[in-house]
Ligand binder design. Structure first.
Ligand SMILES: Cc1ncc(COP(=O)(O)O)c(C=O)c1O
Length: 345
């Protein structure tokens, strides 16, 4: 069914399909706080195998997954190196300082990619008056940069450096599925390039709820305890795990269409004079429309689009961000291009 409003704000706005709801209703369930939910256990085992990690922990949100990783990797007073535009640094409400009592040290990466040299220059020397650098966090694909890729080679050279200095490397892989589909890099290769990963089922894959932290058994055992402390111990969570399993099985291959639609949309909009689209940054399901050199402000364009039946989010600075997802088909794409070209040509 064609939606009355075209919602380009985020890939988190999708509705669970009828088939997904059926899978949720039919899932075998148990009490996951006792470790007895067979569907949660299956999801944890399957995702650990998919990314080549020893264990996984199902959690409600991507934020909880990232924060559990930081908590499990660090001690109070440590320092964590993050990319300056990362989700962890910008959108997780300073949780690392509240929940883990650590300091974040933000480093700007070119297009969101943290280079090993930049991290090397930022790691604290070993002296009593410095904080101890215990963790580096990266993001792939990169949300604020507009869904850009962190190439596997760059991940590996960062990993080599982190290993040499005995620093953990955590990947916020909320959209690692998009990175996999866009680059062709196997999921297991992403898994082997980092020490822990947070994956989300509720972004491009279209599940209503659910994320997972993956890592060594020891790390996951520690995170399990903290999940309970954070209030994330769920009971018959197999209903949600079933949605995640359905999403991975049926929706992962569909991301290729989201990426194609984003590219088509971006290419069509390069004609518009009201804003600039950097086509080289359209690498997955997002398109950034840059109004910084335009006469119209992004907020005004957002309002005009809303009046014309399109919801769109603000990006960094004076940008709008369009995100393609499971609930938008080719007719939504055509209609969006028509509306944009009519409003902004
Ligand atoms: C890159 C990234 N990491 C983490 C999150 C947090 O996920 P959640 O909203 O499930 O907490 C998001 C949310 O959009 C995200 O884009």
């Amino acid at each position: 069914m064609k939606p009355s409003v075209i919602d380009l704000r985020s890939d988190t706005v999708t509705q669970p399909s009828a088939a997904m709801k059926q899978a949720m209703c039919e899932a075998p369930l148990g009490d996951d706080v006792y470790g007895e939910d067979p569907t949660v256990n299956r999801l944890q085992e399957e995702m650990a195998a998919l990314f080549g990690k020893e264990a996984g922990l199902f959690v409600p949100t991507g934020v909880m997954s990232n924060q559990l990783a930081i908590k499990a990797w660090t001690s109070p007073g440590d320092e964590v190196i993050v990319e300056r535009e990362s989700h962890i640094f910008n959108y997780e409400t300073a949780a690392p300082s509240m929940m883990s009592a650590v300091q974040l040290n933000p480093v700007a990466g070119a297009g969101g990619v943290l280079a090993a040299e930049d991290v090397e220059a930022t790691v604290r020397p070993d002296a009593y008056y410095y904080p101890r650098t215990t963790l580096v966090c990266i993001e792939n694909t990169h949300n604020r940069m507009g869904g850009t890729l962190f190439p596997i080679e760059a991940m590996r050279s960062l990993q080599d450096f982190c290993r040499m200095r005995a620093i953990g490397l955590h990947l916020d892989g909320a959209r690692i599925w998009n990175a996999h589909i866009a680059s062709g890099t196997p999921l297991v290769d992403f898994g082997s390039a980092v020490d822990s990963i947070s994956i989300c089922f509720s972004k491009g894959l279209g599940a209503p709820v659910g994320s997972m932290l993956l890592g060594s058994r020891d790390l996951i055992t520690r995170a399990h305890k903290y999940r309970k402390i954070y209030g994330g111990g769920m009971r018959q969570a197999g209903m949600l795990a079933a949605a995640a399993l359905h999403a991975v099985e049926h929706h992962l291959p569909l991301l290729v269409d989201d990426h194609r639609r984003a590219r088509t949309f971006a290419a069509a909009l390069t004609q518009c004079s009201a804003f600039h689209v950097d086509i080289t940054r359209v690498q997955s399901n997002m398109v950034l429309l840059d109004f910084s050199n335009a006469t119209m402000r992004a907020a005004e364009a957002q309002k005009r689009l809303r009046d014309a039946g399109i919801e769109i989010g603000m990006g960094m600075g004076d940008m709008l961000r369009a995100v393609f997802h499971l609930d938008l088909d080719d007719s939504c794409l055509t209609q969006s291009i028509d509306i944009f070209t009519r409003l902004f040509d």
